[in-house]
Design a protein around this ligand. Structure first.
Ligand code: CP
Length: 307
């Protein structure tokens, strides 16, 4: 049996193109399972997984929990709000107490970049990074590329632009790594103040004009403005951002070509995407969410097989 080159999924940077292909092929099988009347397999029957969330989440938390249930794993859910973290308990103490209850795997979201990497140096359980601050969100990037592969047959050779708040986005960084490892051409587009200074070192094209970016691409992955991570003003107002970078159906129709619109969610409707664009035939946003369950099943299954 083929196996992953890693025993934790901390970031896309650490995994190989072969790892990504193996995750996709495994997810193909799990997607077939999810389309059956009985959506459950016994693959992780003796495994216990803790979903440890120090930051808000809807899609990622529910998707991991459903993936675990579909694999017949036992699951427990920890949310830092209402926990003893509020009494001063450290991250490592919190996780070690959870592991003392005979937990095999940790799925963790944390606001600090590197938090899962730190944990991986101190605990034995497999760790899946469900988003660490502004750093990486590997399962999001995997489900995004899987959705592009599903739509076009392959990711190699596709032109993908990531639009919006690149500076504060873990989705952007993980997507850049995943798309490049799979042979796509990658562009980023946004106000210059929302592009990291090192962006060109990542080997991506940079475009400040959203219309030119859309005219170039096959796929546009549109990101939310992450106001909660912004310590200063990066643009004059949301209204002005929408005026220059907002994507609506009129703009898409004026391109005279078919492009695919993606968004990791949550969407700020009327800011980065209008409702008529988000809900148009261009959009595969809900397919991304659907594919997230199969991708997370694949990741959990393959990591559990590594032990
Ligand atoms: N895409 C994503 O990470 O969404 P949530 O924050 O709702 O998990």
């Amino acid at each position: 049996m083929q196996e992953l080159s890693v025993r934790h999924l901390l970031g896309i940077k650490d995994i190989t193109p072969q790892d990504i292909q193996l995750i996709f092929e495994t997810a193909d099988n799990f997607k077939d399972v999810l389309n059956r009347p009985i959506k459950k397999v016994p693959s992780l029957r003796d495994i216990t997984i803790a979903n440890v969330f120090f930051e808000n989440s809807t899609r990622t938390r529910l998707s991991f929990e459903l993936a675990e249930k579909r694999l017949s794993a036992d699951t427990i859910n920890f949310s830092s709000s209402g926990s003893s973290v509020k009494k001063g308990e450290t991250l490592l103490d919190t996780v070690n107490n959870i592991l003392a209850m005979k937990v095999d795997m940790i799925v963790m979201r944390h606001s600090s970049p590197g938090a899962p990497h730190f944990l991986s140096r101190h605990i034995d359980a497999n760790i899946v990074n469900a988003g660490d601050g502004t750093h990486e969100h590997p399962t999001q990037a995997l489900l995004d590329s899987f959705s592009i592969r599903e739509k076009y047959g392959e990711v190699a050779g596709k032109k993908v632009v990531i639009i919006g708040d690149i500076l504060h986005s873990r989705v952007a960084l993980s997507n850049i790594f995943a798309l490049q490892k799979l042979g796509a051409e990658v562009m980023v587009c946004g106000p210059i103040t929302l592009l990291p200074k090192y962006i060109k070192d990542l080997g991506v094209k940079v475009e400040l004009d959203v219309r030119k970016a859309l005219a170039w691409c096959d796929v546009a992955n549109v990101l939310r403005i992450q106001l909660e991570r912004q310590q200063m003003k990066y643009f004059p107002s949301l209204r002005e951002y929408t005026l220059y970078y907002g994507i609506d159906k009129k703009l898409l129709d004026s391109l005279n070509k078919e492009i695919t619109i993606m968004h990791p969610g949550p969407i700020n409707r009327g800011v980065e995407l209008s409702s008529d664009a988000a809900d148009s035939h261009h959009s595969i946003i809900l397919n991304q969410v659907e594919n997230g369950v199969a991708i997370r099943m694949a990741v959990l299954y393959l990591l559990a097989s590594k032990g």
